[in-house]
Design a protein around this ligand. Sequence first.
Ligand code: HEC
Length: 102
Amino acid sequence: MKSLNWVLLGLVLCTSSAAFANVELAKAKNCLACHSVDKKIVGPAFKDVAKKYAGDASAEAKLIAKVIKGGSGNWGAAAMPPNSQVSEADVKVLVKWVLSQK
Ligand code: HEC
């Protein structure tokens, strides 16, 4: 029983530190200059992005391309500048994290 508790504690710590790492990555890559998880800044709230694309299986690939190249039109007139300094692997992690917001 005691060891089960340690396993559960480990799981809780792992999942929360993964979420924390993603926020740190978003901060380090400057995404949070224009976005926040739950309110619109220059760009849409990441929760709203997740809601808009819920159930769209092709969203992940589309959004990875959009974040790297930038663009406008899906949320209004403001454009996202290209984030071509961010590696595709990092963009993938970030887009998966954005789409997992609730
Ligand atoms: C200079 C401001 C700015 C920065 C920096 C920025 N964004 Fe954006 N982002 C925007 C704007 C504005 C939009 C809305 C574009 C539109 O209407 O199509 C947007 C849209 C998005 C979308 C939704 C795209 C769509 O077509 O629905 C995602 C996902 C996203 N950003 C992720 C990121 C990530 C990840 C980063 C960091 C690597 C980032 N953004 C950095 C301004 C920014």
